[in-house]
Design a protein around this ligand. Structure first.
Ligand SMILES: Cc1cc2nc3c(=O)[nH]c(=O)nc-3n(C[C@H](O)[C@H](O)[C@H](O)COP(=O)(O)OP(=O)(O)OC[C@H]3O[C@@H](n4cnc5c(N)ncnc54)[C@H](O)[C@@H]3O)c2cc1C
Length: 428
C-alpha cells in the first residue's frame, strides 16, 4: 500500500470496527478503509460469548440494545451473511436485597417496549426452565427474545458486506502513527502511517479494542480505557441433561452460563476485580485451568443435573472497559476527525449493529449520501444517545480500576461487567 487517500480509516477489525465499516459503506461513504493488524475477529471478538439481550440498567442502553436486537433479527436480509443468532431466552437471578433494582430495570425496559417479565413464583420460573435450582435466589426476570450469536461469523459478514459496498478491508496491516495538524484547540487528523504505507485522511475511528489507548496516544490523547483479563470455561453436559438451558445471569453466584447448542455450556464470571487489569494489548491465551472446578461448582448449583458436566476447554482473554463500564463512542475532544468506539466491555457484541449505525451517523451528514463531516463533542445534542456515550464525559475526573458503580442487578446486563465485582465463589 503506497500513499493513498481515504475518507475514513477504521482501526480494528473486531466486531466493533467491522460493524462501523459496514455502516459507513451502507450510508454511502465511498472511501472507507478498515485496517486490522492481524485478522478480522482475531482478538477479543473471537473469545466472546456473543450474548444479545435488552435487559440493562440504563434506559439509553436498553434503547440501543433494542435497536441492535432488531438489526440482528434482520441480519441475514441486511448483510447476506449470518450472525448465527440462536434464541434461548435469558434468566436474570438476583439475591435478597437486589429485587427492587431488578424490578426497576424490568420496569424501564418494558416501558421502552422490551419483552421482559418478572417471574414471581418458582413455578413461573420452572415453567421456563424446570431443571433450575433457585437456591439463594430472591427474584427472577426473564427475557424470552434474548439469545447468542457467533461473533466471528458476524464480524466476517459485516466485513464482507462492507467490502461488497465498496469499503476496503485490509488485514495484516498495523497502524504505527496518526498525524495531525494545527495547534491546541484546532488540531485535526491528516493521515495514518501504517507498516504497509501511508493514508491521507481527515477522519479516523479508533475501534482498536484493548489497544485503543495505545492508538490514542498516537494523537496525544489519553483515553481512560482499561483491559480486564477474563476466564471462560466450556463444560460438556452428560447425555441425560436434555436440551439447552436459557442463558442464565446468576447474580447470586456471580456467574453467567450460556448454552452452546444442546450439549455444552460456557461459564464465566460476572464481574471483575482490580487484579484482573492487564496492560493494553495483553495477549496470553493460556489460562489457569485450576479455575475450572469453580465454574463446574457454580453450574452445578443452578443445574444439579449438570453435576457430572466435564471441562471441555478453558481460555483466557481480555476486554476493554471504560471507568463507568459504559461504552465510549463518538468524537474525541481536541482532535477534529478523531473518533473512538472503545470500552464496550461486555456489551460489544450485543450493541455492535447499533454502534456501527451511531458512528456512521456521527461522521456523515443526514441524507447526504455519504458526505463525511466530522463532528465535535460539543456539537452533540444532550438528549441524544451519542451524548450519553461521549468519550469526553470523563474529562477531568480521576479514574481508578475499581471505579465501576455498584448495583449488581443494575449491572447484570453486562455479561462481564464488574457490577458487584463478584467472581464465582471458591467452593472447592
Ligand atoms: C470472554 C468474553 C465474553 C464476552 N461476552 C460478551 C457477550 O456475551 N455479549 C456481548 O455483547 N459482549 C461480550 N463480550 C464483549 C465483546 O464481545 C468483546 O469485547 C468484543 O468482541 C470486542 O470487540 P472489539 O471490536 O471492540 O475489539 P477487538 O475484537 O479486540 O478488536 C480490536 C481490533 O483492533 C486491532 N488493532 C488494535 N490496534 C491496532 C493497530 N495499531 N493497527 C491495526 N489493528 C489494530 C486488533 O488487532 C483487534 O483485532 C465478551 C468479551 C469477552 C472477553
Amino acid at each position: 500500500m503506497a500513499t493513498i487517500h481515504m475518507d475514513v480509516v477504521v482501526i480494528g477489525g473486531g466486531i466493533t470496527g467491522t460493524s462501523i465499516a459496514y455502516a459507513l459503506a451502507r450510508r454511502g461513504v465511498r472511501n472507507v478503509l478498515l485496517l486490522e493488524q492481524r485478522m478480522t475477529a482475531g482478538n477479543t471478538t473471537r473469545g466472546a460469548f456473543g450474548i444479545v439481550r435488552t435487559y440493562h440498567a440504563s434506559r439509553v442502553m436498553v434503547s440501543v440494545a433494542r435497536r441492535s436486537l432488531r438489526l440482528y433479527e434482520q441480519f441475514e436480509d441486511e448483510t447476506g451473511g449470518t450472525a448465527a443468532f440462536t434464541r434461548t431466552g435469558l434468566l436474570v437471578l438476583v439475591p435478597a436485597g437486589e429485587q427492587e433494582m431488578l424490578e426497576a430495570n424490568v420496569g424501564v425496559a418494558t416501558h421502552l417496549g422490551s419483552n421482559i417479565q418478572l417471574l414471581s413464583t418458582s413455578d413461573d420460573v420452572r415453567s421456563v426452565e424446570p431443571r433450575i435450582d433457585l437456591d439463594g435466589v430472591a427474584a427472577v426476570a426473564y427475557e424470552p427474545g434474548a439469545g447468542y450469536g457467533d461473533p466471528v461469523r458476524t464480524s466476517a459478514a459485516f466485513a464482507i458486506r462492507a467490502r461488497d459496498l465498496g469499503a476496503q478491508i485490509r488485514q495484516g496491516i498495523r497502524i504505527l502513527n496518526l498525524d495531525t495538524e494545527g495547534g491546541a484547540g484546532n488540531r485535526r487528523i491528516t493521515g495514518v502511517l501504517t507498516d504497509g504505507g501511508y493514508v491521507t485522511t481527515g477522519c479516523v475511528v479508533n475501534a482498536g479494542g484493548m489497544w485503543g489507548p495505545v492508538v490514542s496516544e498516537m494523537v496525544g490523547v489519553e483515553l481512560p480505557v482499561l483491559s480486564y483479563r477474563y476466564l471462560g470455561v466450556v463444560l460438556r453436559h452428560p447425555p441425560t441433561f436434555g436440551g439447552a438451558h436459557p442463558i442464565t445471569l446468576d447474580l447470586v453466584n456471580g456467574a453467567v452460563m450460556r448454552p452452546s447448542g444442546p450439549r455444552l455450556t460456557l461459564v464465566g464470571p460476572l464481574g471483575a476485580v482490580a487484579e484482573d487489569v492487564v496492560p493494553p494489548g495483553w495477549d496470553d491465551p493460556r489460562t489457569d485451568a485450576s479455575a475450572a472446578p469453580e465454574y463446574q461448582t457454580v453450574l452445578r448449583r443452578r443445574y444439579a443435573e449438570l453435576a457430572t458436566a466435564t471441562v471441555q476447554a478453558a481460555w483466557a482473554t481480555s476486554h476493554d472497559v471504560s471507568p463507568d463500564w459504559y461504552p465510549m463512542i463518538g468524537p474525541v475532544d481536541g482532535v477534529e476527525g478523531y473518533y473512538c468506539a472503545l470500552g464496550l466491555g461486555g456489551y460489544s457484541f450485543a450493541l455492535a449493529p447499533a454502534v456501527g449505525e451511531m458512528v456512521a451517523r456521527l461522521i456523515t451528514d443526514e441524507g447526504s449520501d455519504g458526505v463525511v463531516r466530522p463532528r465535535r463533542s460539543e456539537d452533540l445534542d444532550p438528549k441524544s444517545h451519542a451524548y450519553f456515550f461521549r468519550p469526553d464525559r470523563f474529562a477531568g475526573r480521576s479514574v481508578h480500576p475499581q471505579a465501576a458503580p455498584p448495583g449488581a442487578a443494575g449491572r447484570s446486563g453486562a455479561e462481564i461487567s464488574p457490577g458487584d465485582r463478584r467472581k464465582p465463589r471458591n467452593t472447592t
